[in-house]
Design a binder for this molecule. Structure first.
Ligand SMILES: O=C(O)CCC(=O)C(=O)O
Ligand SMILES: [Fe+2]
Length: 156
């Protein structure tokens, strides 16, 4: 359809609007130090590899979190996230971005990240579903042919 609009062109703007991003880290520690504030909720929208960073969020990947002073959240750097605007007061957070050179080196030689990327996993499940469906079709076809073969043999 030449008139369909690829919504992904809006992604950089959405990113600016909500500061929705992945961190350049393997693991991020986000500590809420205070003080009194409202707003500033963290929102998470699924873990993605580099190739799938802009793909759609599955409903089960939606996770919002209201930070509480004195608590910390530890998340994967590749977990897409952002913080909503602080609507009043002061919000102070300590962020620690932890990188792993080993993880990064190994990642260069891998193509399938279904162990942690939500989209790689979705694609893998879809491939499996299709392969099961194709096998079922093949078996049904053979079952349909078997009586014909038997009839032919009986006739000869
Ligand atoms: O504002 C926050 O709590 C999150 C900030 C964040 O995700 C970051 O700086 O990487
Ligand atoms: Fe972040």
């Amino acid at each position: 359809n030449p008139f369909s609009l690829d919504m992904s062109i809006f992604f950089p703007f959405l990113l600016l609007l909500f500061r929705f991003h992945v961190d350049d880290s393997e693991v991020t520690l986000n500590v809420c130090l205070g003080k009194q504030f409202s707003g500033g909720e963290l929102f998470f929208r699924g873990i993605r590899c580099e190739k799938h960073v802009n793909t759609e969020t599955q409903s089960e990947e939606i996770f919002d979190y209201s930070h509480v002073p004195g608590r910390a959240i530890l998340h994967r750097g590749r977990h897409r996230h952002g913080a909503r605007a602080t609507t009043s007061g002061h919000r102070i957070n300590l962020l620690l971005w932890c990188r792993s050179s080993v993880f990064r080196e190994l990642r260069k030689y891998q193509k399938d990240f279904s162990g942690w990327c939500g989209e790689c996993l979705r694609e893998k499940k879809e491939r499996q579903r299709q392969s099961v469906a194709a096998t079922k079709m093949e078996l049904l076809k053979r079952e349909g042919e078997a009586p014909k073969e038997a009839a032919k043999e009986a006739a000869s």
